[in-house]
Design a binder for this molecule. Structure first.
Ligand SMILES: *Cc1c(COP(=O)(O)O)cnc(C)c1O
Length: 659
């Protein structure tokens, strides 16, 4: 039973919680647990050890009437990710005597939220950190947000005339704009428009890589990749540029191996292939000076440090070293000047800074109540079930498991035919759970557990109902089974005495999290845990969980399943003295908002409802006073949050009405 977590019997300490939930393994130094058992965020850019408890932030949100669920952004972490990346490349460049520079660009598609793009532009300016855009919309967002002399603007994607005009005009404004040719159709447009507008463009070419990449997100590379030029097309571009006397505009080679590349060897292989293209384009007479390696820098979601899909087997430093070293060696071999190195890290830049916070609404448990003493009215099948419990030993555990299923199924059959009543059936189900629990307890002490019984922990796990929508807030957990670290953000000084899976509040059976990062034998085998250790709920106390590393790709891929809308977004900045400020805040969608997204007109809805209740008054079904109450409830709901509200605005509006 390798997948089982051994819950320690000795007194529980926060150190045990650190091991169990793996904060140090996946947290990149940003997260820890304090002595009061609360999860803390460290101010990463600071040596004084400033830290803030997530529970203090939750309390601050409560005071501001910001209900759960909420997306929390820690601005210091975003800043730190940008400086880490730039400083790591800078250090390696200095150490290896590389004779050019690193220029990072942030790919907007990874998180296009204005507050993120603005922060990257503002904080990244000191490193000349630029942007990668893949559409006109992203281009417009970037041109109006960043300073023209702060970093590159790399234009990927299919470019029509308007896209190209935007870029050419930006070039005239002073932006360092690069047009990366992805298909042959955009080249004639670029040549013609730049002539017409009399602007010399910076041109790049995106090559189709044949290096195959392992990992979870791996279809971007290879011969059948939808992106990039084949070598034949590449030669075509060179010839056409030569004919147009524009070969001196071709300066940049672009490749993108894929996102979340777990294995460093794949990265090295890809860089080597890119270098080959680069060298030969130089030979062709192009003015090559930039090599852009795209994204792919992975995030260790599981903390396993392995080459399995959702992890990575290298450090940031190694990533930089392999890139700088491979390029330097190749260029030196061919006596070519060292090009500017560009990477387009998105995931690693924004993943860590966002946390989804939610409260637990309810729990379903699969626990038996103490079985009744036998009575003579009991059906004989019930007696048989009781009997099973008497011969339960490690040697006969599989037999007991088979028997208890057989009797339970028999009772269900007889119930269908009317030969067993509801009370008897209920007693049977209870004895069934009693038996399963005892069987599980027996298997815990066994070295070799029968295969069929290995899933018992899962089968008996609690279901904790969380106040969030998987489809809105964690779309990749649903669509591609991505794992994110999930854990309680308080009570970590107490033993987590339950095992659970999480269900969201959509009425979709796919709206659940039942795979968790491997907390025990981190072997990098990619096997996920089926249950998450949690604490029993307490009456009158909220229980809060956090889902971590959700800053990349989750925010705008989400959808309106069951019309649950955007959550509130709160941005916090941690100060050196461990205080913190709420620096930005965006109210989540109201019910009126989400209804209007699907083309309902809130004003019309109000009018129609008003007419309905007025008609009811006319028919004498309700009083005019009751009509007013109904309208108030309706109005308050329209303006309310789409998620479960503990103190619904309806109640408060009724209260004010009766005053
Ligand atoms: C998606 C994408 C990226 C970002 O990749 P990450 O792995 O998230 O860093 C970079 N460049 C291009 C061209 C992309 O399509």
């Amino acid at each position: 039973m390798t997948s089982m977590i051994k819950l320690p019997i000795a007194k529980w300490s926060v150190e045990d919680a650190r091991n169990l939930y793996g904060t140090e393994r996946w947290g990149n130094g940003y997260f820890n647990i304090n002595n009061s058992g609360e999860l803390v965020v460290e101010n990463p850019s600071n040596s004084v050890n400033a830290e803030v408890s997530l529970m203090d932030i939750v309390r601050g949100m409560k005071e501001r009437d910001l209900a759960m669920p909420a997306l929390l952004r820690i601005e210091n972490i975003l800043d730190q990710s940008i400086s880490q990346l730039n400083e790591a490349f800078q250090e390696v460049i200095t150490a290896e005597g590389y004779r050019s520079e690193y220029c990072g660009v942030y790919p907007v598609k990874v998180n296009q939220q204005a507050q993120i793009v603005e922060e990257v532009a503002q904080f990244g300016a000191q490193f000349n950190h630029g942007f990668e855009v893949g559409s006109k919309a992203e281009m417009i967002a970037v041109l109006s947000t960043m300073d023209e002399n702060c970093g590159l603007v790399v234009c990927n994607g299919y470019k029509d005339q308007e896209f190209i005009d935007l870029g050419l005009q930006a070039t005239r404004l002073g932006f360092d704009c690069f047009f990366v040719i992805e298909t042959l159709t955009e080249l004639p447009i670029l040549i013609e428009r730049s002539r017409l507008l009399n602007i010399k463009p910076n041109i790049g070419v995106r090559v189709k890589m044949t290096s195959q990449v392992s990992g979870y997100w791996n279809s971007t590379s290879g011969d059948r990749s939808v992106f990039g030029l084949s070598s034949r097309q590449l030669i075509d571009v060179v010839d056409r540029l030569k004919a147009a006397e524009m070969l001196d505009c071709l300066k940049l080679l672009h490749c993108h191996l894929g996102s979340q590349i777990p294995n460093i060897r794949d990265i090295r292989g890809g860089v080597l292939e890119a270098c080959r293209y680069f060298v030969d384009l130089c030979k062709e007479g192009a003015a090559m000076a930039y090599i852009d390696l795209g994204g792919g820098l992975a995030v260790d979601y599981t903390g396993a440090q392995s080459n399995a899909g959702q992890s990575r087997n290298y450090s940031l430093r190694e990533y930089c070293e392999d890139i700088v070293d491979t390029i330097k060696t190749t260029m030196d071999d061919h006596q070519l000047p060292h090009p500017v190195i560009i990477t387009e890290s998105g995931r690693a830049t924004v993943a860590y800074s966002s946390i989804l916070l939610f409260n637990i609404l309810d729990v379903a448990q699969f626990e038996p109540v103490p079985p009744k003493v036998s009575s003579e009215n009991d059906h004989e099948l019930i007696d048989n079930m009781r009997e099973v419990l008497t011969y339960l030993t490690p040697a006969r555990v599989q037999e007991c498991y088979n028997d208890i299923h057989y009797y339970r199924d028999e009772i269900r059959e007889l119930f269908k035919r009317g030969q067993v009543d509801l009370r008897m059936r209920s007693e049977g189900e209870n004895l069934f759970f009693e038996a399963l629990h005892r069987i599980r307890d027996v298997t815990r002490s066994m070295v070799h557990v029968p295969v069929e019984l290995e899933g018992l922990d899962e089968a008996l796990a609690d279901i904790y109902y969380g106040n969030f929508s998987l489809f809105q807030s964690l779309p990749d957990a649903w669509a591609i089974d991505q794992l994110f670290p999930v854990m309680p953000i308080h009570r970590l000084d107490e033993t987590p005495d339950r095992r659970a899976v999480l269900a969201d509040i959509t009425c979709d059976c796919d709206g659940k999290i039942d795979q968790f990062i491997n907390t025990s034998g981190i072997g990098g085998n990619g096997v996920a845990e089926k249950t998450l250790p949690l604490h029993s709920l307490r009456a009158d106390e909220e229980y809060y969980l956090g889902v971590f590393l959700v800053g990349a790709y989750q925010e705008t891929l989400g959808d309106l399943h069951n019309l649950f809308g955007d959550t509130h977004v709160v941005s916090v900045r941690i100060n050196d003295d461990s205080s913190f400020d709420f620096v930005k805040e965006i109210q989540g969608d109201t019910i009126a908002d989400v209804l209007s997204y699907v083309e309902f007109e809130p004003a019309q809805l109000r009018l129609k409802f008003r007419n309905k209740v007025e008609a009811a008054v006319q028919k004498g079904r309700i009083s005019a006073r009751e009509r007013q109450q109904m309208i108030k409830t309706f109005q308050a709901s329209l303006q309310g949050y789409t998620y479960y509200e503990k103190e619904p605005s309806v109640e408060s509006s009724l209260a004010t009405l009766t005053e």
